[in-house]
Design a protein around this ligand. Structure first.
Ligand code: SF4
Length: 284
């Protein structure tokens, strides 16, 4: 039986993208190929570690996710990949994960809820385990899955075959790839973050869309450049602009500006409902 290192497993409503407002189980896997230390920093390309994270290290060890501080710089889900916090993420069998999912679903079974497999980067090391997870008898009622990815990981041949098979089992099933491609404001290198051919492949297996985190005009200029590269490679999916802001003070400073920018350019706006509704606390 496969195992997955689980950073968080919780029930909430999806706050972003295509399924905004849909009751969802979030399965946050451990591990990421990026750090995104640049978010909220003044000179992102020079950052190797975000300021907030550096100060959190001094307070460590934390025993529970709920006690971890929220950050205004760097990756807002830092504990799902940083080695200093890996003790908070147990390695669970797929059976144990399904048991926990059934406990947190309001009716103890799948009805209209959707599964979000997020991270970290959920396509980095766990592709082989998802078949075991999704083939568990109690997962048969699941109809919709979203993989929240940074768009840098190829799908393995086995996983591609499985995704086709999962959809074929039931014609109303849907697979979505929510691709949060990282712009230079993240601190990641363009050539490592903007990989259009990989994202185009996701479209063979379901719906894929791009979601860019925007804080200012420069970010939007970078997003336009990236959109051009994805379109040139044949990407046909939708594009969302989403305001930066893992904490309410930052989010509320620019959410309206980003919505106006999206309207002006005929792009979709994604909110981050978990911030105004739940203050982006862990487990929301
Ligand atoms: S890709 Fe996502 S999870 Fe990974 S460091 Fe960046 S924001 Fe965090």
């Amino acid at each position: 039986m496969s195992k997955i290192k689980i950073a968080e497993l919780f029930y909430s409503i999806q706050g972003e993208g295509r399924y905004m407002g849909v009751p969802s189980v979030f399965l946050r896997t451990f591990g990421c190929n990026f750090k995104c230390a640049g978010f909220g920093m003044e000179r992102p390309m020079l950052s190797t570690e975000a300021d907030d994270l550096a100060s959190i290290h001094e307070l460590n060890p934390f025993k529970r996710y709920e006690d971890l501080p929220l950050v205004t710089t760097g990756c807002d889900s830092y504990a799902s990949w940083h080695p200093d916090f890996k003790n908070l993420s147990p390695m669970l069998t797929t059976d144990a994960i399904v048991d926990r999912i059934m406990e947190i679903l309001p009716h103890g079974e799948w009805r209209d809820e959707h599964l979000v497999i997020t991270g970290g980067e959920p396509l980095l090391g766990w592709q082989r385990a998802y078949e075991d997870l999704l083939e568990h008898p109690q997962m048969a009622g699941l109809k919709e899955i979203t993989f929240e990815t940074n768009g840098t990981q190829r799908l393995s041949d086995d996983f591609k075959k499985y995704l086709f098979a999962w959809r074929r089992q039931n014609s109303i099933r849907e697979i979505t790839f929510s691709v949060s491609a990282k712009l230079p404001c993240s601190g990641e290198k363009w050539e490592e973050a903007i990989l259009p051919k990989i994202v185009c492949e996701y479209e063979w297996f379901g719906t894929a869309y791009l979601k860019f985190v925007i804080s200012n005009e420069q970010d939007f200029a970078d997003a336009e450049c990236a959109i051009g590269a994805y379109r040139a490679a044949g990407f046909k999916g939708s594009v969302y602009l989403m305001p930066v802001g893992g904490v309410e003070s930052v989010y509320s400073m620019n959410n309206k500006n980003v919505a106006v920018l999206a309207m002006k350019h005929g792009l979709r706006y994604s909110d981050r409902l978990q911030v105004p509704l739940f203050k982006n606390e862990w487990g929301t």
